[in-house]
Design a protein around this ligand. Sequence first.
Ligand code: ADP
Ligand code: MG
Length: 298
Amino acid sequence: ARVTYDDLKFVADLGHGSCGTVTKRTYMGLVMAVKTMPRNDNVVEMNRVLMDIDVIRRSLDCSDIVRCFGYFITPTDVSVCMECMATCLDRLLHHTNYKPFPETIIGKMMISTVNALHYLKSRHSIMHRDVKPSNILLDWNGAVKLCDFGIAGQLIESRAHSKNAGCPLYMGPERLDPAVSTSYDIRSDVWSVGMTMMELATGRYPYDGKSEFEMISAIIFGAPPRLDPENHSSDFCDVVDLCLQKDPTMRPRYPELLMHPFINLNSTLQTDVEEWFTECMVDVGKDFFFCHTLSLYC
Ligand code: ADP
Ligand code: MG
């Protein structure tokens, strides 16, 4: 018989996002994360859901992108069944009392993220448009994977599309400034990678400001944030500086980024992300433990 949505057994809530909820469910012993979004007449939102399914299903051959098992479309909802990951980097960084990540760990996270973006670009001519810590997931084996392709887009459409889509706090200045925002390209994602890596390294969002408005003004009009060279290696500071250039045409393209000394060094290192993550979980307070780890054993 055909599997229906009702055959999936609910285990736990994993999170709520901008366009739906993510729950952990099982089907015949297979554990998965199911992202469910209500169907509605909003064409923009439905396109977002369909784009997410489309990209994720086309990317089964990339180990740096979250796996898709299938999807259900019912009269009321659309659900995407994905591999279940342990947590997202945002939660690990901010919703626990864990400290900023070591550079060797960030190195592995950056390699996976850039590989995933390079894959999307070179194989499917797609940019992600919403790279941020909450869209990078970590599994219990230490694998790091990119997710959430709802507003990803074909490069050719990138000019027309999604001026307002995505989280503005991680967008490159060229996407935020009304004076220039028609000309952004694939390298806007490179800015978001720089912001994300900087946040992982410092433990906080790179811009100060009392409100989102203040921070966005700072992104558009201020100097880009920089890592403190006292606290970080020069290769790491350099790669972040390269990504966080206000002029998008100055930012490295993916092949160039993948050859940067910081990436090179970290690809040769045998960093055990799984061991580090396990230690984090031991350090982390009970809150996180209860809401996440318990749901692991279903
Ligand atoms: P957002 O990215 O806006 O936070 P999402 O709907 O993409 O919203 O996801 C909500 C939360 O669900 C994420 O922050 C993440 O912690 C969790 N999540 C998403 N996908 C998975 C997955 N495949 N495995 C485990 N947790 C997930
Ligand atoms: Mg997300």
